[in-house]
Design a protein around this ligand. Structure first.
Ligand code: ACO
Length: 334
């Protein structure tokens, strides 16, 4: 039997209806549209309605990805949800989605790697598929960041938004279909080529939430040392992107689209500059979505697929960094 690879069968997303613009935010905290746009590139964010939870967003994104893949919910045998804002301490968001999809087979669980969560979820799903333990996996990034923001802290509350995105991975036998320009055989195969995960727990204090069930029985608020996060992000993201390209015998010229975690426009620009990647090959949604943490990559991916930028056979590089600190990258031939 040939080795297995994870192919992306479809993707989807969901954004809450309510849009909060910078101007409206400036009526609540001491900030301005000009400051937020200049420092972050953010113009607006979506905010979940009262009574609308992370599992609701995740479920809608899952439905949209399944429809895009042309698969029924019953075809799925694993659900991985990346989130830092679950509805409850338990059950997991993944099992809630599994219930909403009326599924009682296979398995469902959450992974938590803050803003890098989607890459971590993708890596887990890919490895389950490659080892033959799963045949079709829903990987979902879903967040209601608005629920863990201190709306009095202007340095953080302007940065985040709510949303969800999903992809369906299916197992396929590894074939060489000679679509790419890459240098190695692996680079010409379609599907997830590789994933690369990192973390450094010594840096936990740079970005964290100051509550939780074991410490305070309260959810807490997001706290961040913005400048230090910024500095580390550009260095670590550049390193992991080089690691991913090197592992596949590729260079920046081979990448058709970079779909980065949407943390901050200046982080996206700084990383692209460092890697000599033209900025018109970077998918940017931070202006409309703000930072939706684990949801930002699958949301951006879905935007670029729907508007026709991402085409079959193209090479897609995803990268993210988040609290923990955690960071990672994934290379996919679409
Ligand atoms: N509106 C107006 N003024 C503000 C605001 C605001 N929303 N927020 C902070 N300021 C003020 C500060 O109070 C400070 O004023 P002072 O000089 O009078 O003390 C001044 O702006 C500069 O503050 P800094 O925090 O030094 O501003 P900086 O230029 O570093 O920008 C920012 C802040 C945008 C958060 C930046 O540090 C950054 O982009 N960091 C990266 C962090 C990030 O993107 N995190 C996202 C989550 S992590 C992730 O996803 C990887």
């Amino acid at each position: 039997m040939k080795p297995l690879i994870s192919k992306i069968a479809g993707c989807g997303s969901y954004l809450p209806e309510r849009v909060l613009t910078n101007d409206e935010l400036a009526t609540k905290v001491d900030t301005s549209d000009a400051w937020i746009v200049e420092r972050t590139g953010i113009r607006q964010r979506h905010i979940a309605a009262e009574g609308e939870f992370t599992s609701d967003l995740a479920f809608e994104a899952a439905r949209s990805a399944l429809a895009d893949a042309g698969l029924a919910a019953a075809d799925v045998d694993m659900i991985v949800v990346a989130t830092t804002t679950p509805d409850y301490t338990f059950p997991s968001v993944a099992t809630q989605v599994q219930g909403r999809l009326a599924l009682g087979h296979g398995t469902a669980f959450d992974v938590q790697a803050a803003c890098s969560g989607f890459i971590f979820g993708l890596a887990v799903a890919d490895n389950f598929i490659k080892s033959g333990q799963a045949g079709a996996v829903l990987v979902i990034g879903a967040e209601t960041m608005s629920r863990i923001l201190d709306w009095k802290d202007r340095a953080t509350c302007v940065l985040f938004g709510d949303g969800a995105g999903a992809v369906v991975l299916v197992a396929a036998e590894k074939e060489q279909d000679d679509l790419g320009r890459g240098g190695t055989a692996n680079a010409r195969v379609r599907g997830v080529l590789s994933t690369h995960l990192h973390s450094d727990g010594r840096l936990a204090d740079l970005l964290y939430v100051d509550g939780g069930p074991s410490t305070s029985q309260a959810t807490g608020y997001l706290r961040m040392q913005g400048r230090e996060v910024f500095r580390r992000a550009v260095v670590n993201l550049s390193d992991v992107v080089v690691e991913a390209m090197t592992a596949n015998g590729l260079t920046a010229d081979d990448i058709d689209w970079v779909v980065p975690h949407q943390a901050n426009k200046r982080i996206l620009d700084g990383t692209a500059r460092k890697l000599k990647l033209p900025s018109d090959r970077v998918v940017v949604t931070i202006d409309r979505h703000a930072n939706t943490s684990a949801a930002s990559i699958p949301l951006a991916l879905d935007v670029a697929v729907r508007d026709g930028r991402i085409q079959d056979g193209q090479l897609i590089l995803m990268e993210a960094m988040g609290g923990g600190m955690t960071w990672g990258a994934g290379l996919v031939r679409w």
